[in-house]
Design a binder for this molecule. Structure first.
Ligand code: HEC
Length: 198
């Protein structure tokens, strides 16, 4: 059970170094071998990959095509409007696809003030983590362990900050947003990464 859960985690983490590995010609097997990551290193590495992907999608796809070249818009109703999914929607679809593959870990973008109620915290650790990162203005990550359904997990929570006026504007004006006074640099929510422990 343990190695079944651990191996895909290591494989996933090695994606973090994928660019380097590809450039240097190392294969995945040699990257996974020395491993010995702590749960925190594993979670931090996964977070670097997912936050980088989201930043690149936001900058190189949404911002470039919508705001600079003005060829297509990003919209919550992207299917009906033949637009681009919002970064948060891309993130959730990615997380759902990962969950469907059952790699042993899960992740999600949650908030104490979610537009999509599916993104509300469900466990005590999620609620405590979101409160902690918000109280600390996103300067410190939150790490804890929790037991769910008899399984022990390492749970990490990373702040999601209103880095641009667009974040604040869209959320404050959204009909389904329970909070309408977000300000620039506020913590709007957080990424929760959950790894199974032995
Ligand atoms: C054009 C509108 C829009 C913009 C701009 C936008 N969001 Fe969102 N955001 C949404 C919608 C809609 C959802 C719900 C997505 C889903 O279905 O999971 C969401 C989801 C989220 C969530 C998960 C909790 C929730 O509210 O459901 C967080 C956290 C979040 N956004 C933060 C941000 C941040 C930070 C930025 C800026 C970098 C940003 N958003 C920009 C519309 C927007």
């Amino acid at each position: 059970m343990r190695s079944k859960n651990t191996t895909p985690l290591i494989a996933a983490l090695s994606v973090a170094a994928a660019a380097t590995l590809i450039l240097t010609g190392c294969n995945e097997a040699s990257a996974a071998k020395p491993a010995g990551f702590t749960p925190q290193q594993m979670a931090d590495g996964l977070f670097v990959v997912m936050s980088s992907d989201r930043a690149v999608y936001t900058k190189q796809v949404v911002n470039r095509l919508q705001n600079e070249e003005k060829v297509i818009k990003a919209s919550e109703h992207w299917q009906d409007e033949k637009g681009l999914p919002l970064p948060a929607q891309m993130f959730r679809m990615g997380a759902e696809t990962v969950a469907g593959k059952n790699p042993g870990f899960t992740y999600s973008l949650l908030s104490l003030w979610p537009i999509n109620k599916q993104n509300a915290p469900k466990t005590e650790a999620e609620i405590a983590g979101l409160k902690f990162i918000s109280d600390n203005k996103g300067t410190t990550n939150y790490y804890t362990e929790e037991v769910l359904g008899g399984q022990k997990y390492y749970t990490a929570v990373y702040a999601d900050v209103a880095v641009s006026a667009a974040c604040v504007k869209c959320h404050n004006n959204h009909d389904d947003s329970p909070k309408t006074d977000f300000a620039l640099n506020d913590v709007m929510g957080g990424v929760v990464i959950r790894l199974p422990l032995k």
